[in-house]
Design a binder for this molecule. Structure first.
Ligand SMILES: [Zn+2]
Ligand SMILES: [Zn+2]
Length: 105
């Protein structure tokens, strides 16, 4: 596919999305999802900054299974006051925790 075609494709895709947003529920969901995504990335950026600057110490093991690793900072809440409120989980515990959180809804 040429670059031009790709661009056209991209535009068409965007058009389709914005059209489908017009009908109520999806638009609502998508706005909610976007907001959540934004909060999420802000929260993780804040946590990473804090880790880099030494404000938060990253342990050398997972807080849950105690496996030795370079654990991920996980947020139980993405509210601004909880941005630096992280727990450190290895990749598998982290993934599992998100599955648990998803299932709570
Ligand atoms: Zn773990
Ligand atoms: Zn997480």
């Amino acid at each position: 596919m040429s670059t031009l075609e790709k661009k056209r494709d991209e535009i068409n895709r965007k058009r389709r999305i914005s059209r489908s947003k017009i009908n109520g529920k999806y638009a609502e969901y998508s706005a909610h999802y976007r907001r959540e995504c934004l909060e999420k990335s802000k929260a993780s950026q804040a946590a990473h900054r804090a880790i880099k600057s030494g404000k938060i110490a990253r342990p050398n093991n997972c807080e849950k299974c105690k496996k030795k690793c370079k654990p991920d900072a996980h947020h139980e809440s993405y509210k601004k006051e909880d941005w630096l409120n992280v727990i450190f989980l290895c990749r598998s515990c982290h993934r599992l925790r998100h599955v648990e959180l998803n299932n709570q809804i």
